[in-house]
Write a protein that binds this ligand. Structure first.
Ligand SMILES: NC(=O)c1ccc[n+]([C@@H]2O[C@H](COP(=O)([O-])OP(=O)(O)OC[C@H]3O[C@@H](n4cnc5c(N)ncnc54)[C@H](O)[C@@H]3O)[C@@H](O)[C@H]2O)c1
Length: 259
């Protein structure tokens, strides 16, 4: 028999959690997992058809879900999305800053200003503006959970991903500073570095990078967004994550084991 206090600490029942980029991929998997746990999820996504499909999926689960069209490259759209969340639910408990706009791979010599702008606007600035937008609500509650997205590519300096890597490492820097500055307000801020490229379909699975990852990963597989990455996001959004902040968690089947 689980002590009710312990069960409550691990629960995300009724928590209001925004998941950006939850129309597909890792964000969709997290949204579904949190909804199954009873969270009230905000699907913040810039592609209407993707947003609608995740909202329909969560609706079918009987979940209290809100879909909001939001391009995280625009600060005003992020602020409007958080305002819509608070209008509907009266609070915001969690923010999963998952969305990232991608650009084609480019070697260091070939990175363009447009590449940098897209990665920085969607990754670094989008993450920061969203953190700033939810913070007053979380600080007022004295409780909040923020989950940002990093990548093992950034940590290891993966080739041909220079602009992406720089944006992902900047997000880790923002995570640590926010964790330090906002801890006294009850806000916990962490990062997930996932490995869950299975959803990129046959083309993704045919890539050399995918083959190498699966071969070298101790578990010999990519993660499932819902059942492998979702549970970590759940923990990071729960009260059980109360003494861990500013960290990056590698959700990658043991592929990268940092001290
Ligand atoms: N999949 C992996 O193996 C992997 C590895 C390392 C890091 N990551 C990180 O995990 C996160 C999710 O990755 P993914 O593989 O699921 O990506 P994905 O491309 O499959 O999905 C991204 C989602 O975000 C949405 N999106 C993109 N730009 C947006 C914008 N400007 N505004 C709003 N929504 C936008 C897309 O429409 C899509 O629904 C990203 O931050 C990524 O960098 C993923």
């Amino acid at each position: 028999m689980i002590d009710p206090g312990t069960a409550e600490m691990h629960s995300i029942e009724s928590k209001v959690v925004i998941v950006t980029g939850s129309g597909r991929g890792v964000g969709r998997g997290i949204a579904v997992h949190l909804a199954k746990g009873g969270a009230r999820v905000v699907v913040a996504e810039w592609k209407p058809e993707l947003m609608e499909s995740t909202v329909a999926e969560l609706d079918a689960l009987g979940s209290d879900v809100l879909g909001v069209g939001c391009n995280i490259m625009e600060q005003s759209e992020i602020e409007a999305m958080v305002a819509a969340t608070v209008d509907r639910f009266g609070r915001v408990d969690g923010l999963v800053n998952n969305a990232q706009t991608f650009r084609p791979m480019a070697s260091m010599a070939d990175i363009t200003e447009e590449d940098l702008d897209v990665f920085y606007r969607s990754g670094v600035k989008g993450t920061l503006w969203a953190m700033q937008a939810v913070r007053p609500h979380m600080a007022k509650q004295g409780w909040g959970r923020i989950v940002n997205f990093a990548s093992s590519m950034g940590i290891t300096g993966g080739r041909d991903f220079g602009a992406y890597n720089a944006s992902k490492e900047a997000i880790r820097a923002l995570t640590r500073t926010a964790a330090r500055e906002w801890a006294e307000e009850g806000i916990v801020v962490n990062c997930i570095a996932p490995a869950a490229a299975d959803h990129h379909g046959a083309a993704g699975k045919a890539s050399e990078g995918y083959r190498q990852f699966v071969e070298n990963c101790p578990m010999h597989r990519q993660g499932d967004p819902e059942t492998d990455i979702g549970p970590l996001a759940w923990f990071l959004c729960s009260d059980a994550c109360r003494y861990l902040t500013g960290h990056t968690f590698m959700a990658d089947g043991g592929a990268f084991m940092w001290a």
